[in-house]
Design a protein around this ligand. Structure first.
Ligand code: KDG
Ligand code: MG
Length: 401
């Protein structure tokens, strides 16, 4: 068998997605998500100009060898653009291999370790009562775990806050800007989490995302302040580049910490994991080198009792979600999977077999990843430039993000 055709499909059914489609000379197809929110065309061009010429005629069964070729052969290692491009190829090759075997991918990854994939949904609102209402809505739909965010009094346009259970992380046109105040946030966030527990109780997992906005000592203070609310995790309390920052947080609080949606390789999280500075690693198939590399990260995490909690916002396409679920259901140290449902247009362009049932996602039993792309429909949604927003402090300084 050989790779006969490789194509990069850029479309925007509600938001931008970049998808790699490989076709073998036997007519098997494989998909890989290559979406890097706000920098989509960099990956599309990396794939088209530098990767696709290397794939023509290659044996699709050689997944690890292809990974090593693209990683070591480039000379320029790591980084989100490179690792997202490699991830797309890797995921498409696993899709082909599992289709050739006639099995859902998780069977090739060792089979099921559990009956389903526990997911957390998003609840947010401008005010605390709005957020409480959104949480109740999710619990009524069967969710067992909820991420709670709310607007901060005195600030407008706080990132990640909307009404309902999904938000769009990027906006069309140039980046939207908002004003950030750490002082206001640190006063408000413990109040939000206290209200959630006092009004709605402790019978569901509660998560909160700080979106990398604090310094280590500020994060330590927040972690301590919310210990009694029994969080499942506090996410991205500080930017992850400075891994030692997490040591300081650990010295002050027992609130579990989750990090990793912006990390791209095992080398980016090695210290966080091996020194047990975190409890959950949030790397994803699409941004951390694909199924092959993500399994290495999760394997390292297993050795140190760090559990998995992959990123799953709406900017990760249904192709990534499908791949994530096969990994989630098979690894021994699975923790939780983020799940923000996609828009109806997105779901139509990417028909998939995964489905929500009783607080869990099931990957489905279709051979391969269990997701396809309707290329004709995708063509009706051309790319639209969009960016993540930018936050500035009161004096105009760009804030950490
Ligand atoms: O593209 C960035 C978003 O996916 C991210 O900001 C969402 O923090 C996020 C999350 O936890 O889903
Ligand atoms: Mg996050």
């Amino acid at each position: 068998m050989a790779i006969a055709d490789a194509k990069v499909i850029v479309c925007s059914p509600g938001r931008n997605f970049v998808t790699l489609k490989l076709t073998t000379d036997d007519g098997l197809t494989g998909l890989g998500d290559a979406t890097l929110n706000g920098r989509e065309l960099a990956v599309a061009s990396y794939l088209t100009e530098h990767v696709l010429p290397l794939l023509q005629g290659r044996d699709p069964d050689r997944i690890e060898d292809t990974w090593q070729l693209l990683y070591k052969g480039a000379y320029w290692r790591r980084g989100p653009v490179t690792m997202t491009a490699i991830a797309a190829v890797d995921s498409a090759l696993w899709d082909i291999k599992a289709k050739a075997a006639g099995m859902p991918l998780y069977q090739l990854l060792g089979g099921r370790s559990r009956e389903g994939v526990l997911v957390y949904g998003h609840a947010s609102g401008e005010t605390i009562p709005d957020t409480l209402e959104a949480i109740e809505g999710l619990l009524q739909r069967g969710y067992r775990a909820v991420r709670a965010q709310s607007g901060v009094p005195g600030l407008s346009g706080v990132y990640g806050v909307t009404r309902g259970i999904s938000y769009e992380p990027a906006t069309a046109g140039l980046p939207q800007e908002s004003v950030w105040s750490t002082e206001a946030y640190l006063r408000h966030a413990p109040e939000l989490l206290a209200e959630v527990r006092s009004r709605l109780g402790f019978d569901f997992h509660l998560l909160h995302d700080v979106h990398h906005r604090l310094t280590p000592i500020e994060a330590a203070r927040l972690g301590k302040a919310v210990e009694d609310y029994g969080l499942f995790w506090l996410e991205d309390p500080v930017p992850a580049e400075h891994q030692d920052g997490y040591r300081l947080i650990r010295q002050h609080t027992t609130t579990p910490i989750a990090v990793g949606e912006v990390l791209n390789s095992v080398w980016d999280c090695e210290r966080l994991i091996s020194e047990q500075l975190i409890d959950y690693i949030r790397t994803s198939v699409v941004h951390a080198g694909g199924i092959s590399h993500l399994r290495k990260i999760f394997g390292l995490a297993e050795l140190y009792d760090v559990r998995t909690g992959s990123h799953g916002a709406t900017d990760l396409s249904p192709v990534c979600m499908s791949a994530a679920l096969h990994v989630d259901v098979s690894v021994p140290n699975f923790g939780i999977q983020e799940y923000m449902p996609h828009s109806a247009e997105t779901d139509e362009v990417f028909p998939h077999s995964y489905h929500f049932e009783d607080g869990h996602l099931q990957p489905g039993e279709e051979p391969g990843l269990g997701v396809e792309i309707d290329e004709e429909l995708a063509e009706r949604y051309p790319y639209r430039r969009a960016y993540l927003p930018v936050a500035r402090r009161g004096d105009g300084t760009v804030h950490s993000w």
